[in-house]
Design a protein around this ligand. Structure first.
Ligand code: SF4
Length: 369
């Protein structure tokens, strides 16, 4: 894949005036490769609403906004109506991504004209610290990937190291960085801690080649997983979105075998699965941004949350295959599904989490083992 620095070219960088003297702003500016136009703004909301709507991720990624964290800092992942939540929390420190996956859900709800980096991570940490201390009996599994790739802009921010050093102080929380990049070098400068998890989204070559423009290829991601796990870092595997490709079992079987061959399997915290799904707006955006994609041309059914999914028997077949193949290598590792119905859980995994929070208990056990 391209070097991270190749993505660090911008036409314009907008800086929230309230953050203009923040040391991270000057650090980020010093790491940008070109000399962008710099625009200082007093009112970020006006900036976002006054600009022309941008639907194309590549166009959006030519502009960057450096600002402070806004709104609710730690949010429970809303999952999706009528489906089983996995009790994941999210913090949005990045918004937008240039990696160009045809199926990227961000296309359906981001219309702002620029990517965003939150620069005041210390305020995020302060809020997390307060929350963890006030709720010592609650277990928090947190991700930073809802609105962008967790490592895409790490070369600008250095957040991977700061986050690892922050989260290691807590025994009631795990933090996951989820990525499709190989931008892992900074991670090795901090000691591993079991509750800092590096999750990789994985798919067979055929899906990566056809549906992802600038992500790391499968072999590159496997190399990153091997390096991290051998060095003692906790890793996670995500097969999401699982895609209906011809010769499904052959492609996914081979993909899983290649992953499992060299990684340190005792460092895998969990395995997530989710099949390709889309709200109607995403289909419109995919037609616009990635007209060559074949993904939405299969057989789909509208589900309770108004998203289209493969028919239930197909989903169950895909989940079962991935679960059974993964379990041959990782019999003890929790496997869960993302945004799936109770029936899919029953038929693919043999049951539902017995009560709200059971998944959290499983993950807590992982953290403490
Ligand atoms: S890596 Fe993730 S956030 Fe980035 S384009 Fe792909 S799906 Fe979207």
């Amino acid at each position: 894949m391209k070097q991270a620095e190749e993505f660090y070219n911008f036409d314009t960088v907008y800086i929230n005036n309230a953050m203009k003297d923040h040391q991270r702003v000057s650090r980020i500016l010093s790491r940008i490769r070109n000399t962008p136009q710099i625009v200082y703004v007093d009112d970020v909301n006006s900036l976002l609403s006054s600009q022309e709507i941008v639907h194309n991720p590549a166009d959006r990624s030519r502009r960057l906004l450096l600002t402070d964290i806004r709104g609710e800092i730690l949010r429970k992942c809303p999952c999706t109506h009528g489906h089983i939540p996995c009790n994941y929390y999210i913090i949005n420190i990045y918004v937008g991504c240039p990696l160009g996956c045809s199926y990227c859900i961000l296309q359906s709800y981001l219309s702002q004209p620029m990517n965003i980096i939150v620069v005041d991570i210390e305020n995020v940490f302060a809020e997390l610290d307060r929350t963890f201390r006030e709720n010592p009996d609650h277990f928090y599994r947190i991700g930073t990937c809802e609105s962008g790739d967790s490592l895409m802009y790490d070369g600008l921010t250095g957040y991977s190291t700061e986050c690892a050093d922050f989260i290691r102080r807590y025994d009631n929380a795990m933090l996951e960085f989820k990525t499709k990049t190989t931008y892992i070098e900074p991670i090795f400068s901090v000691e591993p801690t079991p509750n800092m998890v590096y999750g990789f989204s994985l798919n067979p070559d055929i899906v990566i080649e056809n549906e992802e423009l600038y992500t790391a290829r499968l072999d590159e991601r496997i190399d990153a997983l091997v390096r991290l796990s051998e060095a003692g870092y906790t890793i996670a595997l995500h097969f999401d979105p699982i895609v209906a490709v011809p010769d499904f079992e052959q492609h996914y079987g081979e993909c899983i075998k290649r992953i499992m061959k060299n990684i340190r399997r005792d460092k895998v915290a969990w395995v997530g699965m989710g099949t390709f799904r889309y709200p109607p707006e995403l289909k419109t955006m995919m037609d616009y941004n990635y007209p060559q994609s074949k993904l939405p041309s299969g057989e789909f059914i509208a589900c309770e949350d108004k998203k289209f999914r493969y028919l239930l028997p197909s989903r169950v077949r895909y989940y079962r295959f991935v679960r059974e193949t993964v379990s041959q290598y990782l019999p003890q590792v929790p496997i869960f599904m993302c945004m799936e119905s109770g029936e899919a859980w029953q038929r693919a995994l043999g049951g539902l989490p017995k009560k709200d929070g059971e998944l959290s208990v499983i993950f807590k056990r992982m953290h403490n083992s």
